[in-house]
Ligand binder design. Structure first.
Ligand SMILES: Nc1ncnc2c1ncn2[C@@H]1O[C@H](COP(=O)(O)OP(=O)(O)OP(=O)(O)O)[C@@H](O)[C@H]1O
Ligand SMILES: [Mg+2]
Length: 395
């Protein structure tokens, strides 16, 4: 074990007494515990201690990233010189108000045909403001806590704000990639271990407004990046509503999570979206998350109301994936521009989103995804849809 690795383990207060080698889960738990203890929100009343806590959090995140970069596929620390190479930070010009950066994932095994079966999940909603972006960001973090590597594509065209919720101010994004001024790796940000963000487009109203040439270069850039990217999952925060772009993202993705709230307007808009997407080309793989609920019972009642109409008029029941409680901690975290899974790890909303993350990873959708060709299959379908070619047949 190198001195630096030993120092990082000490920083996280991981027990390495008597030559004990900690495993991935122990390290992750130690990091979570330390972030919980030192979170700057605990010291709002004292600026001096708060500044100290912020420095401590930066050191903790740096230590965690360094340790994770030294992990091998065996889940045990293997401090070889090669595996200890430090991470690199992209989009250097971005100012990051949330600590943590530089996570460098290790290569993942590929399928026999050389393609990774990366899941592509579109996060959609009929009505705006139901919590898609909060859900996308915090779900990514919850998945990252369990060892997954997640890329968030901020595709809410015109209203991109994943970066805002993460306390980031990126100076470049997809707009520059589309304009050919930047390459995709230049704009990717890694604000938290295991999570990377492709910041959104400002000044582009709809993907369908792009010329064919611009679209092709956009998808080529994404596909090219994906070929070298080591994430397990691509999460796409798509805009609300029923625009063509939204529907195409849903059809092209390997799965969609539809977010709604118990409000009647959210329910009717969710149904309208499902109906329109289904009319485009049949049923798509879709599950439902109910956000801002007072209880699980209310979430179940909401899903029951939705499935009563989808069953009657469309002949299918979108499965229930989970719920997130309406939680003051979310509002506080949003004001601080810090994801609640990090700033309020013990909040009810955080526990709910972790439960959803567990269900997603337990789910057998991976096989379905591989059949759908992973991210490459997604881009192919998306380009085809935008060029007016029919989508894949419904299952
Ligand atoms: N579980 C929750 N509890 C309390 N407030 C929440 C919760 N989830 C989201 N909110 C609040 O709802 C508002 C909208 O959230 P968010 O921006 O994530 O929605 P959105 O669906 O992405 O919106 P848009 O359609 O504009 O992109 C935010 O102000 C957020 O604080
Ligand atoms: Mg949003």
């Amino acid at each position: 074990m190198t001195p630096k690795l030993a120092a990082c383990l000490r920083e996280l207060e991981v027990d390495t007494a008597a030559g004990k080698t900690p495993n991935l889960e122990e390290i992750r738990q130690a990091w979570r515990d330390m972030v919980f203890v030192w979170h700057p929100d605990r010291f709002l009343a004292n600026a001096r201690i708060r500044a100290r806590a912020e420095r401590k959090i930066r050191r903790l995140n740096h230590a965690y990233e360094h340790i994770m970069a030294a992990m091998t596929g065996s889940g045990r620390l293997a401090p070889t010189a090669a595996s200890l190479s430090p991470g690199t930070r992209k989009n250097e010009s971005a100012s990051c108000r949330t600590p943590g950066s530089g996570f460098m994932p290790q290569p993942r095994p590929q399928n026999a045909d050389g393609m990774r079966g990366k899941r592509v999940i579109a996060i959609a909603s009929g009505k705006g403001g139901v919590g898609k972006t909060n859900f996308s960001v915090n779900l990514s973090l919850a998945l990252a806590e369990s060892g997954m590597r997640v890329t968030i594509l901020d595709a809410d065209l015109g209203m991109a704000n994943v970066d805002v919720l993460c306390g980031l101010t990126p100076r470049t994004g997809l707009a520059e990639v589309i304009a050919g001024k930047k390459s995709l790796p230049d704009v990717v940000i890694r604000p938290f271990p295991g999570v990377q963000i492709i910041p959104g487009v400002s000044g582009v109203a709809k993907l369908s407004d792009l010329t064919e040439e611009q679209r092709d270069s956009f998808f080529a850039a994404l596909a090219d990046y994906d070929a070298r990217d080591q994430s397990d999952l691509l999460l796409i925060d798509i805009g609300a509503g029923m625009s063509k772009t939204v529907r195409y993202f849903m059809r092209a993705a390997s799965e969609t999570i539809l977010v709604l709230t118990p409000e009647p307007t959210s329910l009717t808009d969710a149904y309208a979206l499902i109906k329109t997407v289904t009319a485009d080309g049949g049923i798509i793989p879709m599950r439902v998350v109910v956000n801002k609920t007072a209880s699980e019972a209310e979430a179940r009642r909401t899903v029951d109301s939705l499935t009563r109409i989808t069953r009657r008029f469309l002949g299918f029941d979108p499965p229930y994936l989970g719920y997130i409680r309406r939680d003051e901690a979310v509002l506080r975290a949003v004001r601080r521009q810090s994801p609640w899974v990090i700033s309020h790890p013990g909040s009810r909303a955080s526990m709910c989103v972790r439960r959803i993350a567990r269900r997603l990873t337990e789910n057998a959708a991976q096989a379905e995804t591989e059949a759908a060709g992973g991210v490459r299959g997604f881009f192919k379908r998306m380009s085809g849809l935008l060029a007016g070619r029919p989508s894949r047949p419904s299952p």
